[in-house]
Design a protein around this ligand. Sequence first.
Ligand SMILES: [Zn+2]
Length: 262
Amino acid sequence: MKRLALLMLGSLLCVSQSEAADAVRAPAKATPPPVAYKPVVRPDGRRIVALDIGHTRGQPGAISATGVPEFEFNRRIVSLVKERLAQSKAVEPMVINPDGAPITLTERTRRAALAGAALFVAVHHDSANDKYLQAQQVNGKKQFFTDRFEGYGVFISRKNPEFEKSLALALLVGGELEKNLPFATHHNEAIRGENRPILDSERGIYEYDDLIVLKSALMPAALVECGVIVNREQDLLLRQPAMQKIIADAIAAGIEQYFSAK
Ligand SMILES: [Zn+2]
């Protein structure tokens, strides 16, 4: 029962499912093994940014209104962000777990630290509380949707050792995303499993202290929920290359501004 309750509680935010599963399977792994972390600066001055594709092929996170796994949405955005940052004079992008192999959450941030990454940015797509989800048949298969919510959110943790810098990063990324997208405020609802404090409603910043990738990262870290894929209209929109480019360009621009602001 305890396990079931934990998993159900974890289903509210797409990112939490694997976090909850991780916690159940291997609580000892919640603390990353110590690594000698030193941010790398390339001879030309570029800094390494770790781009984390949320979830894996085997545990793909939320499922969209038409049955597309969240992992596929995340992978597409990370690939576009990487493409754009590869042109940057300030940043060298690296992708954590590019093939979607099984990996623990703390291993993701450990790899970023080992690579000397100056920032950690996780990319996810969002779901909604189970109480809002309705069933529909898509190609003969039952899928769940709610058209109630849309938009993005940027999450940071006070337990990250670089909270202030994480906030600075989140404000820049959120400031770019809000130019074209609404802020999805549903994680602020006063219900079990949500209740996430909003730190900046204009730029769409949430506090989520116990997200494992955020609190285990040794460098400033933010997690972006790019859009709500259980919303039927948003599911279609978020699969369009033009919208994917808008989101990826916004994330990349925020990251670049972080370094130029220093
Ligand atoms: Zn997710």
